[in-house]
Design a protein around this ligand. Structure first.
Ligand code: UD1
Ligand code: MG
Length: 454
């Protein structure tokens, strides 16, 4: 008996007031529906169907080559109608699990519990009890506690509205039965929609056993309807991640100002200050210190590195013992070998900086290889672009570049060379020598400053 998962993602998401389909809005850097897809992908041998509609092409395009079946619901006529669009492709002997694309934190174990109750001709519904059930479908039970139906808020009587046990929308049923029940739905209700929830009363009438499975926490079944709920769930998710990392031995200065939008690996005694944003895959070795207001994206940082405040580091590898910042920008394809120092207002792109080398102030280093123990003076610029093409600068070991130097690539400065301050270097500089290009200094004795005319 196989498992088919139908992910409902065709709703318009009107309350987001967005041109982006709701399910593509990110939570912790990943689209809402991707959280759901990643979770259902962990269910064994599940065939996935995503029902898309409004702005649907954007949703499809966001997941190229993803192993799901895309099902178009051309008009949004209700959750029952949405499910019916996928049914023709699903064999009768499958169990169908219906999940929502806008409920990102649903847990894999909860889903397993839900569908394993529905494998023997039975139906299961995921419910939760809320202090404020407003807006949700209410679970109706008979005097024996058996579920007899779901009544939508808009169709509910005053007393039914007092029920606090609500339908989360997640349910599971055998495909053959679901097909029959969905085929029997009509839209004679307050919203004029084909409600999937009406199948519960149909099942109850047939004497089918209906299991109410309870969700572990309200957050797990929290759907996103507007940006207020999105932000609240983001903070909850970030709080959970921060707690996980603090319990694993990372100091986080303020868990409410911690944002991990991707995956992190961290060694022992890592310290992360406030307002640090970690994106993509970030690896931090032992005793790494990340100062406040820093963005790290797809970056690997080895042991004993200090990143001071206000740095942006992207697609880079930083070896042990290095010190970066404050205010440094390290751009993609940069490698800083061990014990390098990169200081304030330094931008480095597509470059390799050798062990123990220092670029401490106000420099642009692009398309450059720098050897070991090099000192790059303040205001050094590699002129790597002629307006059409990019060229490389090569700097050997033990080189000293004086302040305010321009290195016009392609150019090479050989081992042990010294470049005098204020030089524009357009040809290779030989090893061990002082090279400079600078107009001779002169003084006009007796020169008078102009004075303002009266
Ligand atoms: C639904 C349930 C309600 C439950 C609530 C939980 C029904 C009739 N009601 O109400 O009992 O308490 O969810 O959040 O099912 N969708 C489509 N196509 C459509 C309509 C909806 O794909 O034609 C998708 C939406 O994208 C969304 C999900 O189905 O992911 C739920 O739709 P929504 O309109 O939010 O249903 P609710 O009114 O919230
Ligand atoms: Mg909803």
């Amino acid at each position: 008996m196989g498992l088919s998962v139908i992910i409902l993602a065709a709703g318009q998401g009107t309350r987001m007031r967005s041109s982006l389909p709701k399910v593509l809005h990110p939570l912790a850097g990943r689209p809402l529906v991707q959280h759901v897809l990643d979770t259902v992908n962990r269910l064994d041998d599940a065939t996935l169907y995503v029902v898309y509609g409004h702005g649907g092409e954007k949703v499809r395009e966001a997941f190229p080559g993803y192993g799901v079946n895309w099902v178009l619901q051309p008009e949004q006529l209700g959750t029952g109608h949405a499910v019916s669009q996928a049914l023709p492709q699903i064999p009768d002997d499958h169990t169908i699990l219906v999940v929502y694309g806008d409920v990102p934190l649903i847990g894999c174990e909860t889903l397993q519990g839900l569908y394993s109750c529905a494998t023997h001709g039975e139906l299961s519904v995921l419910t939760t009890t809320l202090d404020d059930p407003h807006g949700y479908g209410r679970i109706l039970r008979d005097s024996g506690g058996r579920i007899t139906g779901v009544i939508e808020e808009k169709d509910a009587s005053q007393s039914q509205r007092g029920i606090r046990e609500v339908n989360t929308g997640f349910m599971a049923a055998p495909a053959g039965l679901l097909r029959r029940w969905v085929g029997a739905l009509d839209n004679s209700n307050a919203q004029g929609e084909y409600y999937l929830t009406d199948i519960i009363a149909l099942a109850a009438d047939e004497g089918v056993t209906i299991h109410g499975v309870t969700a572990e926490s309200a957050y797990e079944v929290q759907g996103i309807n507007d940006r207020v709920q999105l932000a609240a769930l983001e903070r909850y998710f970030q709080r959970k991640q921060a707690e996980y990392w603090m319990r694993s031995g990372v100091t986080i200065a303020d868990p409410d100002r911690f944002d991990l939008r991707g995956e992190m690996n961290a060694g022992q005694d890592v310290a992360i200050d406030v307002n640090v944003v970690l994106e993509g895959h970030v690896r931090l070795g032992d005793r790494v210190i990340i100062g406040p207001n820093t963005v790290l994206r797809n970056t690997t940082i080895a042991d004993d590195v200090i990143v001071l405040a206000n740095c942006v580091i992207e697609d880079a590898i930083i070896d042990s013992g290095s010190r970066i910042g404050p205010f440094s920008r390290i751009r993609p394809d940069t490698r800083l070998h061990s014990n390098t120092h990169v200081g304030n207002f330094v931008e480095i792109k597509k470059s390799d900086v050798g062990r123990g080398s220092k670029i401490n102030h106000l420099s642009y280093i692009g398309d450059t290889s720098i050897g070991q123990n090099v000192n790059i003076g303040a205001g050094t610029i590699t002129c790597n672009y002629d307006g059409a093409n990019k060229y490389r600068t090569t700097i050997g070991n033990d080189v000293f570049i004086g302040s305010d130097t321009q290195l016009v690539a392609p150019v090479e400065v050989h081992d042990g060379a010294t470049i005098g301050a204020g030089s524009t270097i357009t040809r290779d500089a030989p090893a061990g020598e002082l090279t400079l290009s600078r107009s001779a200094q002169m003084t006009r004795t007796g020169w008078k400053r102009p004075v303002k005319k009266t």
